[in-house]
Write a protein that binds this ligand. Structure first.
Ligand code: G6P
Length: 497
């Protein structure tokens, strides 16, 4: 399948429309062993190098490392978008994963990805902390691109395969795939929150979206609250009846429950205790000033992450004298994200304005109050920051889970350090040892950060031990294994029926 030829890059047309007969989903021959198909908006790879040196590398990350073993054992494929608009490259292998790129045209990037996914669904599902935008055209394009992903999965899946579809960009794909391939088992996992009925009902297409997800056999959510919201929504639009965690849709049963995602704990622990991270942390402490406590924030530059509120809270601590430039320093790493979306550009402007204001008011020559790094860091470099930080600030206004909180905890081999964690992050359900905070209340947030800074070493250690035990027990391998087991269990139940 090829997107419409509306692509131009540097004035050059990239996509040439093939005759209609060739316009079909990317194909990988179904084989008996190809029994697991992952479908996500993003491929698990990134293109590195240029020209003849260009190659695909697996992106570092928990999801990839959790699914790689199962994909390689079961001979599976990963279907996704490369991140570039226009014609997609053919299927390729990276590491042990076979990638099947789905093309997304430039117009579709604007309407499906930046529009419906990131200006309609993203804010709506994060409790409408920005006004969601409803555009009929975006919805049509969202449906069209979801169908393309579903077709790619239908073409690639072996008979009776497990197909696991991920996240809010592909809410319609489960039902579309079921219509094409009733023989496969379909899992769906939502990585972001699912809001209460009163909020979700604002979406003009709420019913179609719920029916899209109910095309799955297992629908997974980050928390029990998200799953309950979804089940209530399913009842509300009359898409099914519910008993406990099961939604009955005509003759089918859909399990809709929580599967809280996690990180690759041993990989993170190894990164953080490696010589590079030890030395990196030493250098950071040295250059920031050994007498200062280091506060750290690491986020995609997204308005849901509460970076602005965090900066305001820190400013309030500086103003009141509870934080002092000679005793404290805040390091904020902000990873550029979705920069073509207006709300993200606005968030960046406000954040950078605040950083300038705080440093202007409280900084000294050779010593700033906030170090602001707008870039992404490799996992080993990030591990040095986690190792150096005395207090980790994870203060989203709303977040599905937040893996940064878990990475920090897994990196603290000496069982020290404190975590200030928003109660609106899914991670708050598991990390009860954190100092819980409400980022919607800036003065309250300042108080929580103050508590984390002033916590006794004994208390911090007791809390950190509790959090480390929780994270160690539920790592991402257990998450993936648990979800796939449920998908398999469901299969047995249906075939017995
Ligand atoms: C969140 C979403 C993912 C998304 C990621 C990066 O974690 O849940 O689905 O891939 O952000 O965002 P991007 O828009 O760059 O894919």
């Amino acid at each position: 399948m090829t997107p419409e030829s509306d692509e131009t890059e540097g004035g050059r047309s990239l996509a040439v429309l093939p005759p209609p007969a060739q316009r079909e989903a990317p194909r990988a021959a179904p084989t008996a062993e190809r029994s697991l198909v992952i479908v996500a908006n993003r491929l698990p790879t990134q293109r590195v190098g240029r020209g003849a040196e260009a190659r695909w590398e697996l992106s570092p990350g928990g999801l990839v490392s959790a699914l790689e073993p199962a994909l390689s054992r079961r001979g599976g494929v990963w279907i996704g978008w490369s991140g570039a608009s226009g014609e997609a490259p053919g299927p390729f292998r990276a590491g042990r994963i076979e990638n099947i790129p789905v093309p997304v045209s430039r117009r579709e990037v604007a309407e499906f990805y930046e529009g419906f996914a990131n200006r309609t669904l993203w804010p709506l599902l994060h409790d409408a902390i920005r006004q969601p935008v409803f555009e009929r055209r975006w919805w049509e394009t969202y449906r069209k691109v979801n169908r393309r992903f579903a077709e790619a999965a239908a073409t690639s899946a072996a008979r009776g395969a497990d197909v696991w579809i991920h996240d809010y960009q592909l809410l319609l794909a489960p039902a579309m795939l079921r219509a094409l391939r009733p023989d496969v088992r379909i899992g769906f996992f939502l990585h972001i929150p699912f809001p209460p009925v009163e909020l979700f009902s604002r979406l003009p297409w709420a019913e179609q979206v719920v029916e899209g997800v109910l095309g799955a056999d297992v629908a997974g959510f980050q928390t029990a609250g998200d799953a309950a919201n979804f089940r209530r929504m399913a009842r509300d639009v009359g898409a099914g009846t519910t008993t406990g965690e099961v939604v009955r849709v005509e003759e089918r049963e859909v399990v809709a429950r929580e599967f809280p995602i996690s990180i690759d704990v041993s990989r993170q622990a190894a990164l953080a205790s490696a010589p590079a991270a030890r030395m990196g942390a030493e250098r950071l402490r040295e250059s920031l000033g050994r007498e200062r406590q280091i506060l750290l924030g690491v986020d995609r530059l997204d308005y849901t992450k509460g970076i602005e509120q965090r900066l305001c809270a820190y400013r309030s601590l500086l103003r009141s004298g509870r934080a002092r430039i000679d005793r404290h320093v805040l390091v904020q790493i902000a990873v550029p994200s979705r920069e073509n979306v207006r709300e993200y550009r606005e968030a960046r402007r406000r954040i950078e304005g605040l950083v300038g204001e705080i440093n202007g008011q409280h900084g000294e020559v050779g010593r700033v109050a906030v170090h602001y790094l707008r870039r992404s860091l490799k996992p080993d470099r990030l591990a040095a920051f986690y190792r150096a930080a005395d207090v980790m600030l994870v203060t989203p206004l709303r977040d599905g889970m937040n893996l940064i909180a878990k990475e920090y905890v897994a990196s603290r081999e000496h069982e020290d350090g404190a975590l200030a964690l928003s109660r609106f992050a899914g991670a708050a359900r598991e990390l009860s040892g954190a100092v819980m905070c409400n980022p919607h209340d800036v003065e309250g947030l300042a108080e929580s950060i103050g508590q984390a800074l002033e916590m006794s070493a004994d208390e911090a250690a007791a809390r950190m031990r509790r959090m480390r035990a929780a994270v160690a027990e539920h790592d991402v391998h257990r998450w993936a294994g648990g979800f796939l087991k449920e998908l398999g269990r469901d299969r047995r139940r249906s075939s017995e029926a």
